[in-house]
Design a protein around this ligand. Structure first.
Ligand SMILES: Cc1cc2nc3c(=O)[nH]c(=O)nc-3n(C[C@H](O)[C@H](O)[C@H](O)COP(=O)(O)OP(=O)(O)OC[C@H]3O[C@@H](n4cnc5c(N)ncnc54)[C@H](O)[C@@H]3O)c2cc1C
Length: 273
């Protein structure tokens, strides 16, 4: 498995990655907010000079107080590239230092600093020649869905028809991010840019959902029967460290080779000064 927090030879693309030289802090102004779940929202930022990024990459966000104290955290880019624009979707960690400000307090017109794009491994662009026409399996735990939805959005924008499935594990209905968009994307699987979406509720299941609450199982990640060579799929897994380990174990059990799996862990990322 290729992983972003290196353990036992796995390469990890996320937390400790050093931005490339010249990757400097830029001023960003909040120009839009979109609620996602009861405890998360998307922040749309105007970032003059932002040249673009790949789906799956992330940014560092830095907040600075009047006394000069600053704190920075990493957030996945929540939209495919648009010049001068960055979006992140932040999930509230109730006793966290940075996420409560981003989810509950930051107002339109407020500023912060961003640096990036960061990461070159946990990325997928439609037409990626290293994948060819092979299928793509996306597995998300909680807010780990953010970079995977960005990949799906890029795919839709490119009217790409690579067979693609998102398996999204979440606690309960009120934790669902991107609900209407995922529903629309999976409504007609013959439509260009559509993708199969499987919601895996771990604690509370909404009425009418066919699957009882439980953690992700091998059955949940079983590819659609129409996929010609399921084990040749490129697999992206994103979520907490525990979730990524669990999903990777299931993928191994299902027979996916290590070199098809790319993972990113949303562990603590703080640098406070
Ligand atoms: C590459 C990368 C991309 C990320 N992308 C996103 C994203 O798109 N959306 C998003 O909401 N978050 C994302 N994160 C997580 C984010 O960077 C912060 O860790 C998170 O917002 C918490 O910050 P905080 O300052 O509120 O909490 P902190 O003050 O840093 O932490 C408070 C407490 O919670 C623990 N903690 C911190 N982070 C986590 C976590 N993620 N899970 C469980 N416990 C934690 C800490 O150890 C501490 O005990 C990403 C992380 C990485 C490495």
């Amino acid at each position: 498995m290729t992983d972003t927090n290196a353990t036992e030879g796995q390469a990890d693309s996320s937390a400790e990655e050093t931005p490339p030289a010249g990757n400097h802090w830029r001023k960003a102004t909040l120009i839009g907010v979109h609620p996602q779940s009861w405890h998360s929202r998307t922040l749309v930022l105007d970032v003059p000079g932002w040249a673009g990024h790949l789906p799956g990459q992330h940014v560092d966000v830095r907040l600075t107080a009047a006394d000069g104290y600053s704190a920075q955290r990493s957030y996945s880019l929540a939209e495919p590239a648009t010049p001068d624009r960055v979006a992140v979707t932040v999930d509230l960690l109730p006793h966290g230092e940075v996420s409560p400000y981003l989810v509950e307090s930051m107002e339109l017109g407020d500023e912060l600093d961003v640096r990036g794009p960061i990461g070159g491994w946990f990325v997928w662009e439609p037409g990626d020649p290293s994948i060819g026409d092979g299928p793509v399996l996306l597995i998300a735990g909680g807010s780990g869905v953010v970079p995977l939805v960005t990949m799906l959005r890029a795919r839709k924008r490119a009217v790409d028809s690579t067979p693609t499935m998102l398996v999204y594990s979440l606690r309960g209905p009120r934790d669902l991010m991107y609900g209407p968009e995922l529903e629309e994307m999976s409504a007609d699987l013959s439509a260009p840019g559509s993708a199969e979406v499987r919601l895996v509720y771990t604690r509370k299941v909404p009425g009418g959902h066919p699957r009882p609450a439980s953690h992700l199982t091998v059955e949940d990640i079983k590819p659609p029967s129409a996929w010609p060579e399921p084990l040749a799929a490129r697999v992206y897994v994103c979520g907490s460290s525990g979730f990524v380990d669990h999903a990777a174990g299931l993928l191994h059990k299902a027979g996916y080779p290590d070199d098809r799996i790319r993972t990113e862990r949303f562990g603590p990322t703080g640098v406070d000064r």
